[in-house]
Design a protein around this ligand. Structure first.
Ligand code: SAH
Ligand code: TRP
Length: 336
């Protein structure tokens, strides 16, 4: 145990990092894999993509010509951050799935310019990301305090410190779209629990558009997304002593027009059985059998509205880019 510090010391502390992932329960990987690989239709939850290599590949995805969401979201932020800062009067920014916090700087700049910025609270499962961004941001923003939370935003939202004043909870990058509809509302309800009456949720969602544009964004010509998708197998090999050959699988990205989401799959090139040694689990794949690794839901304003309403939230602003590729929504808890 670290020695506890007095409230005064805490208030002055520039960087504070708390980890809620321990070795045995690390990201719940073993349980997720045991569930996911024994289902009749094999499936893995998306958070396991992001080890250090996965995080690096995701960074490369964000720069790909085909992957428009990052550029579109950044453009909206650049256009509207001052308005967001003024409307919210936020003294602190909590960011879920913060990653490298690349676009976050646009918001931090605006809050700093408005003179309200005091604290940034990044929350991510990837330890190195939280530590690195705490270091760089405290040096880039003198006076900023960073309270990093290494944890799972599905399980550890209760570990986020109480608000020190008006707060923005940011959930960028369309990550909410990686949850199927029921889980999406459950996550949103939990996030709503972080908000008091003066607080706001700022959430990025990708919008429904031409399926060719969507599929290209998840199946780029340089094969970076394919490498990212296969990386989850490297994670299983390393962390659970599995013996997948990632080259036994093709990367597949398809738009499902009924559900209006992108599905990412890994398709076995040949019949084979792999062993997940730590779980004593042989996993059989038929030739052509698919493992679903990710969905990425695309939104209409109506879909977002109904999800927000179901979570007890009300829309304050709907912000989009000129081509309506991507949207940021600013919402708050519903006043009863
Ligand atoms: N916000 C950044 C990164 C998006 S990628 C952007 O907009 O570009 C998704 C990020 O969420 C990754 O950094 C990943 O590590 C993190 N993440 C995914 N699932 C998570 C979970 N369940 N809990 C906490 N972080 C998670
Ligand atoms: N949240 C991002 C999205 O849905 C994550 C992502 C981008 C992703 N490209 C990917 C996940 C490729 C898996 C595979 O857009």
């Amino acid at each position: 145990m670290e020695p506890t510090s007095s409230p005064r010391q805490l208030a002055r502390e520039t960087i504070r990092i708390e980890s809620h992932l321990d070795g045995t329960n690390e990201r719940s990987l073993a349980d997720d894999v045991l569930d996911g690989l024994t289902r009749p239709f094999k499936e893995l939850p998306p958070k396991h993509f992001y080890d250090a290599r996965g995080a690096d590949l995701f960074d490369q995805i964000c720069d790909l010509p085909e992957y428009y969401p990052t550029r579109a979201e950044r453009a909206i932020l650049e256009e509207r951050a001052a308005e967001i800062a003024e409307l919210t009067g936020a003294v602190e920014l909590v960011e879920l799935g913060s990653g490298t916090a690349a676009k976050t700087r646009v918001l931090l700049d605006a809050l700093q310019a408005a003179g309200t910025l005091e604290r940034y609270i990044p929350v991510d499962v990837t330890e190195s990301m939280v530590r690195d961004c705490a270091k760089t941001l405290t040096s880039e923003y003198p006076g900023l305090r960073v309270h990093g939370v290494i944890g799972d935003f599905e399980r550890h939202l209760d570990r986020i410190p109480p608000a020190a004043g008006p707060r923005i909870v940011a959930f960028l990058g369309g990550t909410i779209g990686n949850f199927p509809p029921g889980s999406r509302r459950r996550v949103l309800r939990q996030i709503a629990g972080l908000l008091g009456p003066g607080d706001h949720l700022l959430m990025g969602t990708d919008l429904v558009k031409d399926p060719r544009v969507l599929e290209a964004a998840y199946d780029d010509s340089q094969g970076v997304t394919a490498a990212f998708n296969r990386n989850v197998l490297h994670v299983l090999n390393r962390e659970l002593q599995a013996d997948f050959d990632p080259e036994d699988f093709d990367h597949v990205a398809l738009f499902d027009p009924h559900n209006e989401w992108i599905e990412m799959r890994l398709r076995a090139r040949r019949e084979h059985t792999t062993l997940v040694r730590d779980l004593d689990l042989p996993v059989h794949f038929d030739a052509g059998e698919e493992l679903r690794t990710e969905i990425s839901a695309k939104f209409t304003p109506e879909r977002l509205q109904s999800d927000l309403t179901a979570a007890g939230l009300e829309l304050v602003r709907w912000l989009t880019d000129p081509d309506e590729l991507f949207a940021l929504s600013l919402s708050r808890i519903h006043a009863h």
